[in-house]
Design a protein around this ligand. Structure first.
Ligand code: ATP
Ligand code: MG
Length: 539
C-alpha cells in the first residue's frame, strides 16, 4: 500500500481543511444549482466550516468512530457537509439514491448494522414505515426540522449553531470510510466497503484521466448514491482543489446544455445511457448552444459504442473518453485519456500504477486478442475491503493475486482493453461466445432503433439463442421490415450466428437508476419467471 504523503489521511479533511491550508480557502469548491436553476456557491473554507459543524453535531448525538450511518438527502449543501463531516469524525457512511423504497432501506440498514439516517422531512412518509421495522434505538436526523418527535430528531438549529472548529483525529489509511451498494444489474445490490486509503487512488486516477488544470470547471452528473457520484462527484475533485458544478435536478437535455453554456464547463463526466438519451434529439438541437468551453467529455458505467463516440465528437466538438471501473474497484482502472490515441469502442488502457490482465482462471493468462476475465492485480488503495456481512462472496472474487471483475474483455496487441460483457451475459450460441455489447452496437445503427438490449436465452438446439429487445421510434415502417433490417444488418456487420434469432419490440429497456441494462430482468420476463430484486430499477 502506498504511504500517503498527506498530513492526515482522512478523506473529509483532505477535501476541505487541507485545501484551506494549501491557500484555497476563498476558492469556490461547489457551484450548486437547484431545479429552478438558482445558483448557490460555497468556498473551500465554507465547506470546511460546514463539515466541521456536521462532525460536531454527529459527535454530540453520541455517534462514534466506526458507527455506520446513511444519508438520504438530495444534492444539497447538507448532503455534502454531513458526508464530509461523518468522514472527519470517523463514521462509516453511505449515500442512498433518493427514490429508494422503504423495504430496500430497511434491508440495507439491517444488513449493515447502520445506527442512524440523516434525511429531510420530505422523506418522512417513507421513514415512518422504515422505523416501524427497526429497533427503537435507531434514529432519523432531520436537517430541515427544529423539534424532535420520538425517533425523529430535528437538527436544523443544532447544526446551524454547532461549532465550526473541529480537529480531525489522525486517521489510519485502513480505517473504514464509506460504503456503497452496487447497481444491482446482476442480482441483489451488494454493500461494498471502502477505507480512507482510497483517496490516494481517487486523486491519482483523477490526475491521470481527467488531467484537470487548476482553474477548470468540472461537472460529474452521476448521483452520489453510486460510486461514480462519490469518487468523482465529491472526493476526487475536492481533494484536487477543483471547482465543481452539481445540479439537483433530473435529466433534461436543454437544461444540461444551458448549464454547460452558461457556466463554461470544461470537463464533463457522464454515462453512455445519457449519451443514448441525448442522441435521440436531432443534432441541430445541440447547435443552438455554445458548448465551446468543453475540453473533454468522459463516460462510465456501460460500454460506449463506437457510434456514440463519433456522435459525441460531432455534438461536443471535443474528444470522448470511455472509462471503466466498478463499485468494488473504487476508482477508474482502465481508461482512455489525453495522451493515448482513442480507439472508438475500446475502454483504453490500465492506469499507469495498476496491472490489468485477462485471465481464464487462476494463473492462466489469456494471450492478446483472446477473451477472458478482466482482472486487476491486488491490492490497490481504493480496492474494496469487504462485502459487508458476506466474506464468502468476497473471497470468491479473487483468483490468486488478482481481483476478478466478472467482466469479460480482451486486450489487443497495442495494450488496449475491449469490453465484451459481464461473464453471466456473454452469449454461448451454437458453440461460439458472442458479445451482447457488439450486437447491441450494431442494432443501434439500424435506422428507427432508439434503444436496445441483447440477451442469450435457453435454446434446445443452440444452447443459447440471441434475443434482441428493441425500442423503436414513431417513424418506423412495419415491424416486420424493421425486424428483417436488424437481422440482416447484424448478420452483415457482426456475424450471421450473432444475428438475433428473435426480436422483441418493447416500450422500454429495464435499467438500473444509474442507467445500466438489467439483462437479468429481461431474461426472467421473457421466461415468465420471478424477476427478483428490483430495488434499483429505474421507474
Ligand atoms: P451488481 O454488481 O449489483 O450487478 P453493477 O455491477 O452494475 O451491479 P457497478 O459496480 O455500479 O454495479 O457497475 C460496474 C459494472 O459496470 C462493471 O462491472 C461493468 O460491467 C459496467 N461498466 C462500467 N464501466 C464500463 C465501461 N466503461 N464499459 C463497459 N462496462 C462498464
Ligand atoms: Mg458488479
Amino acid at each position: 500500500m502506498t504511504n500517503p504523503p498527506f498530513p492526515n489521511n482522512n478523506i473529509g479533511y483532505l477535501c476541505t481543511d487541507w485545501q484551506v491550508e494549501l491557500g484555497l480557502g476563498a476558492k469556490t469548491a461547489l457551484k450548486l444549482i437547484d431545479k429552478d436553476e438558482n445558483l448557490s456557491e460555497f468556498s473551500f473554507a465554507q465547506l470546511m466550516d460546514l463539515s466541521n459543524q456536521a462532525a460536531n453535531l454527529l459527535a454530540s448525538m453520541g455517534l462514534q468512530k466506526g458507527d455506520r450511518i446513511m444519508l438520504l438527502l438530495s444534492k444539497t449543501i447538507e448532503m455534502y457537509a454531513f458526508f464530509l463531516g461523518a468522514l472527519k469524525l470517523g463514521l462509516v457512511s453511505s449515500i442512498l439514491f433518493n427514490s429508494i423504497g422503504e423495504d430496500s432501506i430497511i434491508e440495507r440498514i439491517k444488513d449493515t448494522d447502520t445506527k442512524a439516517i440523516i434525511s429531510t422531512t420530505r422523506m418522512n412518509f417513507r421513514l415512518v414505515k422504515v422505523l416501524q421495522k427497526l429497533d427503537p434505538f435507531f434514529r432519523v436526523l432531520l436537517v430541515d426540522q427544529g423539534e424532535s418527535d420520538g425517533q425523529f430528531i430535528g437538527i436544523r438549529e443544532q447544526f446551524a449553531l454547532a461549532s465550526t472548529s473541529f480537529v480531525t483525529p489522525a486517521t489510519d489509511p485502513e480505517q473504514y470510510s464509506h460504503f456503497h451498494f452496487t447497481s444491482g444489474s446482476t442480482g441483489k445490490p451488494k454493500a461494498v466497503q471502502h477505507c480512507h486509503a482510497a483517496i490516494i487512488d481517487h486523486l491519482r486516477s483523477f490526475e491521470a484521466v481527467m488531467q484537470p488544470n487548476a482553474d477548470d470547471l468540472y461537472w460529474c452528473t452521476a448521483d452520489p448514491g453510486w460510486v461514480t457520484g462519490t469518487t468523482y462527484g465529491i472526493t476526487s475533485p475536492w481533494a484536487s482543489g477543483l471547482t465543481q458544478i452539481q445540479l439537483d435536478a433530473n435529466y433534461d437535455p436543454a437544461l444540461w446544455m444551458r448549464i454547460i453554456e452558461r457556466y463554461n464547463v470544461q470537463i464533463f463526466y457522464t454515462a453512455p445511457t445519457v449519451f443514448r438519451m441525448m442522441a435521440q434529439q436531432p443534432e441541430a438541437f445541440y447547435q443552438q448552444y455554445d458548448l465551446s468551453s468543453l475540453k473533454r467529455v468522459y463516460t462510465v458505467g456501460e460500454p460506449l459504442d463506437p457510434n456514440l463516440v463519433l456522435w459525441g465528437r460531432r455534438v461536443f466538438h471535443c474528444e470522448i473518453y470511455d472509462t471503466w471501473f466498478q463499485t468494488e474497484t473504487g476508482s477508474i482502472m482502465v481508461a482512455n485519456r489525453p495522451g493515448l490515441e482513442v480507439k472508438p469502442g475500446s475502454m483504453g488502457k490500465p492506469l499507469p500504477y495498476l496491472e490489468a490482465a485477462i485471465l481464464e482462471s487462476q494463473n492462466n493468462f489469456m494471450p492478446d486478442n483472446t477473451q477472458g476475465l478482466l482482472c486487476i492485480r491486488k491490492p490497490w488503495n481504493s480496492m474494496f475491503r469487504e462485502y459487508v456481512g458476506n466474506p464468502v462472496v468476497y473471497n470468491n472474487k479473487f483468483l490468486g493475486d488478482f481481483y476478478s471483475s466478472g467482466d469479460i474483455a480482451y486486450r489487443d496487441e497495442d495494450g488496449y482493453f475491449w469490453y465484451i460483457g459481464r461473464s453471466d451475459d456473454v452469449i454461448n450460441t451454437a458453440g461460439h461466445l458472442v458479445s451482447p455489447f457488439e450486437i447491441e452496437s450494431a442494432v443501434m445503427e439500424v435506422p428507427h432503433v432508439l434503444d436496445c438490449a441483447v440477451a442469450g436465452l435457453p435454446d434446445d438446439l443452440l444452447y443459447e439463442k440471441v434475443v434482441a429487445f428493441v425500442v423503436h421510434d414513431q417513424q418506423a415502417p412495419s415491424l416486420r421490415k424493421l425486424d428483417m433490417d436488424i437481422k440482416l444488418y447484424v448478420s452483415k456487420k457482426v456475424a450471421s450466428l450473432a444475428s438475433p434469432k428473435e426480436i422483441v419490440f418493447t416500450d422500454k429497456i429495464p435499467k438500473t437508476k444509474s442507467g445500466k441494462v438489467m439483462r437479468r430482468v429481461l431474461k426472467k420476463q421473457y421466461l415468465g419467471q420471478d424477476v427478483g430484486d428490483l430495488s434499483t430499477m429505474e421507474e
